[in-house]
Design a protein around this ligand. Structure first.
Ligand code: BG6
Length: 366
């Protein structure tokens, strides 16, 4: 164990000495789970100590900046010392088995992909709800808020995996190219259109629990959002006209994350109640991993009524095999040099670009 001061070049020489005692290693992984302001000085000192050779991989924990400009700055600073294929920008949602399963569901089955477009789908909902409040993290959270903490990264990744085109292969850049295309096809928000397409909220005290403003290290007059909902649109042939609703919040009724595709209603009316609810596909990421396709079936007995019931699979029961924790899977990928589940620079910057008008609107409305 070696304790380093990020401001001390000598500490990095000591680190280099340790690493150099094992010259035969294939990979050296440096995981910077620090505040982003330490990324640049750490990279500079690593390089000065010779620790930026091709076998060194650098993992950057989120948040990568607080806005587009600071994210670009971090990316530039790190790029001064490391090649893009040495940089692993982590988003632990990509390490979740259920999110990766979305690619299998879509691209390894015959029946979903033909329906996966604006002809058949009316709207899409992407939700991450948390039961916890900000707990002890008030200081961090108050300058961050739900948009930066959850939307710009986790929800954006859920959106990409749901909306992307089939990649040429599962190679890192093939997958990431398609994800970038989704983000770049989002209809840009403007400071004005934010008023119609985005809402924010803050939890208040209830059921004996603190409101956000009573949490430790949160200023009494804070406007920081603990809830955000966005109506997003993707302007491409597949999705034009289909609203994507992204929402996330802390201190919600329960903890859950899911993707819901709401299909369009059928036009034929041969059943007694054929206006019954349209089909719905629910991909649950947590608390359990499941896929449920809500389908009309005949109500038993006389008459010709239908009702909607789920064709459901609990993936944890159906598929054996140990499930790795998201971070476990991702760190293993770093060791194995697999970049597919990490954000590429252009992808991350595009995601910041999309949320910037929201931040600008809110900054002028506090
Ligand atoms: C983190 C956020 O990235 O994700 C936290 O900083 C949030 O605020 C957490 O609680 C949610 O992750 P999970 O895996 O519990 O849904």
């Amino acid at each position: 164990y070696l304790s380093l001061d990020v401001g001390e070049a000598a500490d990095f020489s000591a680190l280099a000495d340790k690493v150099n005692q094992r010259p035969d290693t294939d990979a050296v992984v440096v995981y910077l789970s620090t505040a982003p302001k330490f990324f640049a000085p750490a990279c500079e000192k690593l390089a000065a100590a010779g620790q930026n050779a091709p076998k060194v991989r650098i993992v950057l924990e989120k948040p990568l900046g607080t806005d587009l400009a600071s994210c670009r700055k971090i990316n530039e600073d790190v790029a001064a010392y490391f090649q893009e294929n040495q940089i692993y920008r982590i988003d632990h949602y990509l390490g979740k088995e259920s999110l990766q399963n979305l690619l299998a569901l879509r691209f390894a089955n015959v029946m979903f992909e033909p329906l996966w477009n604006n002809k058949y789908i009316e709207s899409v909902q992407l939700t991450i709800a948390e039961q916890l409040g900000v707990e002890e993290r008030g200081e961090f959270y108050d300058i961050t808020g739900a948009l930066r903490d959850m939307v710009q990264n986790h929800l954006m990744q859920m959106l990409c995996m749901t909306a992307m085109e089939v990649p040429a292969s599962l190679d890192a850049d093939a997958v990431r190219d398609e994800k970038v295309k989704v983000i770049k096809s989002l209809k840009p928000l403007t400071i004005e259109s934010v008023n119609e397409n985005v809402v924010r909220g803050q939890y208040t005290a209830a059921k004996g629990m603190n409101g956000y403003l009573q949490e430790i290290n949160v200023p009494q007059d804070s406007f920081t959002e603990t809830y955000v909902a966005i109506k997003a649109e993707i302007e491409n042939d597949r999705w034009k006209g289909v609203p994507f609703y992204l929402h996330t919040g802390k201190r919600m009724a329960g903890k859950m994350a899911e993707i819901v595709l709401n299909f369009r209603p059928l036009q034929n009316h041969i059943f007694e109640n054929s206006q019954a609810a349209p089909n719905r596909l629910v991909i649950e990421l947590q608390p359990t991993e499941s896929v449920r396709f809500y389908t009309q079936m005949k109500t038993p007995g006389a008459g010709n009524k239908v009702e909607i019931v789920p064709l459901a699979t609990d993936l944890e029961k159906a598929l054996e095999g140990r499930r790795a924790e998201a971070y476990e899977r991702l760190l293993l990928d770093v060791i194995n040099g697999k970049l597919a589940l990490f954000n590429r620079r252009d992808e991350l910057e595009a995601a910041w670009e999309y949320v910037m008008p929201i931040l600008d609107n809110w900054a002028s409305n506090t």
